[in-house]
Write a protein that binds this ligand. Structure first.
Ligand code: ZN
Length: 304
């Protein structure tokens, strides 16, 4: 339980990156460093060991310390499902497994089928701008069909995309914003009503489009995670409180998932995001039941 303005409440985090050893190794290769450990002093972050269960233990201990019940863990490199699967097997009551996929890789469908066979990954994460494809590309249909069969969720990153860790390492950004509009998801979300689609960060700059989509298609959810820095793109003095107000007024509290976008140690769970967002919900006069939906129940209901 976490102390909130309504008193103690159960809290789940719908957006935590599982930065595994393999994830850091891929960055070290791009940076031409000898190995993942060499990134530690540059980033001033703790680089995890090769055993993903140790990183899972660190996250479980961190959630305990903060009173957080469960978190969605995102394998943040295509092909890294094994790390999150190991974490979910070790702590099935604490983590929901998510995995980034690049659907244009020749082995993508086979990998996705393997994940669903093993039943540890519950959500596929697409980053169309990073991997340069349209989410409406017909080549993705077999993957969506597999997700629909398994009642898996699908997370689609839209809007501005930047990976803080790449910036910190001076690696060039990898994204093509032409593939980042939530409107592209409209035909897909309509065609696959069994799939629950999650758009993180309120559309990360495409608030209007994300709200249009979520209003028109009932199987679309929004996640609140990160500092929501994209608000600076808006010309109308928008603030995060207004973003929450509009989203709740339009789609109600049942399709909004609280998340932090936490990712690395020693910082661990990003408490500041929780404090900011729970305070906003309180100031918007949500009652305790509505707050509990956003902070906890909606994510649990998604996977129960
Ligand atoms: Zn994220």
């Amino acid at each position: 339980m976490v102390e909130t303005p309504w008193g103690e409440l159960p809290v789940c985090d719908a957006h935590v990156h599982f930065f595994s050893h393999r994830f850091y190794t891929s960055l070290a290769i791009q940076k031409k460093f000898q190995d993942a450990a060499a990134l530690g002093p540059v980033l001033e972050w703790t680089i995890p060991s090769q055993d993903p269960v140790e990183l899972a233990q660190a996250w479980a201990a961190e959630l305990d310390r903060r009173g957080v019940e469960r978190a969605s863990l995102i394998a943040s490199l295509p092909g890294d499902e094994e790390s999150v699967e190991a974490a979910v097997s070790a702590f099935p009551d604490r983590f929901y497994g998510y995995c980034m996929i690049d659907p244009l890789q020749p082995d993508a469908l086979e990998r996705v089928r393997g994940m669903f066979e093993r039943k540890l990954i519950r959500c596929l994460c697409f980053f169309p701008a990073m991997h340069r494809y349209s989410i409406a590309d017909s080549r993705l249909i077999p993957i969506f069909e597999a997700a629909a069969d398994r009642r898996a969720a699908v997370f689609v990153h839209c809007g501005a995309f930047s990976m803080g860790v790449r910036k910190k390492l001076g690696l060039p950004p990898q994204s093509d914003l032409r593939y980042s509009n939530p409107i592209d998801l409209h035909p897909v979300a309509q065609h696959f009503p069994q799939i629950r689609f999650i758009i993180p960060h309120f559309g990360a700059g495409y608030l209007r489009e994300a709200l249009m989509l979520a209003d028109l298609v009932p199987n679309v959810y929004l996640d609140t995670s990160s500092s929501n820095r994209w608000i600076a793109y808006d010309s109308s003095n928008l603030d995060l409180r207004t973003v929450f107000r509009r989203a709740i007024d339009l789609i109600g509290p049942k399709r909004i998932l609280f998340g932090t976008d936490s990712s690395f140690f020693p910082r661990g769970w990003n408490t500041a995001i929780f404090e900011q967002q729970s305070k906003i919900l309180y100031e918007l006069a949500l009652d305790v039941d509505q707050a509990r939906l956003i902070l906890h129940d909606n994510l649990v209901n998604l996977f129960s």
